[in-house]
Design a protein. Structure first.
Length: 89
């Protein structure tokens, strides 16, 4: 093995062993059970804001389709009398 490969294997092994070392996990305040902390409040507001955004988008889609259904119905109502009377001479 030449020196370059040996050096590369050494550094790869060093990085792999450092990556696999056990580290203490730092849990958030909600995981520790402190639901009254600022971090837990921020997480709750984040969840509520995402829920509000999804709800707003879904309401927008529903309004869009309701608008088009009403428009089609109005056009059909306006076109119906002229078809009943027939073409004008």
């Amino acid at each position: 093995m030449n020196r370059g490969k040996l050096s590369r294997c050494f550094w790869l092994g060093l990085v792999a062993s450092l990556a696999l070392l056990p580290h203490p996990l730092l849990a958030c305040a909600a995981c520790y059970g402190r639901s009254d902390s600022r971090l837990a409040e921020g997480m709750n507001w984040g969840i509520l804001s995402l829920l509000a955004m999804v709800t707003t988008v879904l309401i927008g889609f529903a309004a869009f389709f309701i608008y088009h259904l009403r428009r089609v119905a109005r056009i059909a109502r306006e076109a119906a009398p002229s078809e009943v009377l027939g073409p004008t001479p």
